[in-house]
Write a protein that binds this ligand. Structure first.
Ligand code: SF4
Ligand code: SF4
Ligand code: SF4
Length: 317
């Protein structure tokens, strides 16, 4: 157990023993070191399997809307998860006073797709030091620079630190460079229409409509998603190219002003489909056109959700 894991375990055990939370959402070890599983601890004696490392891929805020508003929930949060919690509070998916956040300044997540593509799946353990990832096989160990294995969302992350956690463990990290996120958006925007369309089709049409991206996203909490509606039917539910394109476009647009750039959707995708280039474009538009960034506090509505009944102005861009 790492020093961070020991400190987290002690903090979580106190919260559970003192009955300050009904459930603590974190991670536990799984059969494969690549995929620690979300875990829902209700007693401190369940914490033997607790794990917290750079392979904990889920954004745990996705589980908050599944609990009744009265549930007192504890969570470990990185920067993006804290912002997701904030935004769920804005959308009234839970009461802030019923959420206890233990914040951890974030080193970035190792992308399991990159790890497997480069080293194969047969690893028996993955350990990490500050700048290196050690991958163990039965007969050998490989070391790789952490930076080369980070998920793309983490490479361009601007806010790695928790913003409003109740307790923070670890030293704060320097803020990221926002121009990095903008570089990719600018490069994509600079392509001509045909090249952008070709890129979009190449990504969208590999989709198998498993909806793992939807399940992973903290902002996809509707009881019935538009793709599951029978009457009216908004889009084809088959894996036809047209249906897949419609799914990707509408999913992205539902995130306008609501995406915290966590990358959980991409990491969940079994087809390794890049979809955050669409949401990052919307995030960039929100920043430049409306000076809004999702989840920076737990009170401000995103521009497309905010309205004022007394507003007599015309809608203008
Ligand atoms: S985007 Fe990545 S680096 Fe940034 S806080 Fe989230 S997990 Fe950490
Ligand atoms: S759309 Fe993807 S990157 Fe944005 S909040 Fe949802 S899971 Fe995170
Ligand atoms: S997780 Fe990937 S394959 Fe599954 S629906 Fe989303 S984009 Fe398609």
């Amino acid at each position: 157990m790492t020093d961070l894991e020991s400190k987290l375990t002690a903090e979580i055990a106190n919260l559970l023993d003192d009955k300050k939370v009904d459930v603590f959402i974190a991670f536990k070890k799984a059969e494969s070191p690549l995929h620690p599983q979300p875990a829902f601890f209700t007693e401190s004696n369940q914490l033997g399997d607790f794990v917290y490392n750079s392979l904990c891929q889920n954004n745990l805020a996705a589980f908050i809307p599944r609990y009744p508003l009265s549930a007192r929930i504890g969570m470990v949060v990185r920067g993006c998860e804290n912002r997701a919690v904030n935004h769920l509070v804005v959308e009234k998916q839970h009461a802030r006073e019923n959420i206890f956040m233990i914040g951890v300044p974030c080193e970035g997540l190792v992308d399991w797709h990159k790890l497997v593509n480069r080293f194969g799946e047969e690893m028996i353990a993955v350990d990490e030091a500050k700048d290196e990832i050690m991958i163990s096989y039965r007969d050998r160990q490989i070391r790789a620079p952490r930076q080369e294995l980070l998920h793309d969302s983490c490479l361009r992350c601007v806010h790695p630190n928790p913003l409003s956690a109740d307790v923070t463990i670890g030293e704060l990290k320097p803020e990221g460079d926002p121009t990095l996120a903008r570089t990719e958006v600018a490069a994509f925007s600079a392509l001509d229409n045909a090249a952008r369309h070709a890129w979009f089709r190449k990504e969208a049409e590999r989709c198998i409509r498993c909806y793992a991206c939807r399940e992973a996203c903290p902002m996809c909490y509707c009881t019935e998603c538009f793709v599951d509606h029978g009457v009216p039917r908004w889009t084809e539910s088959t894996v036809s190219p047209a249906g897949m394109r419609a799914w990707h476009i509408v999913r992205a647009f539902h995130q306008a002003g609501r995406c915290v750039s966590c990358g959980a959707c991409e990491r969940a995708c079994p087809m390794d489909i890049k979809m955050t280039y669409l949401t990052e474009k919307l995030n960039e538009d929100m920043r430049t056109k409306y000076q809004f960034e999702c989840g920076m506090d737990d009170k401000t509505q995103p521009p497309f959700a905010a309205f004022n009944l007394d507003d007599k102005n015309r809608f203008e861009l």
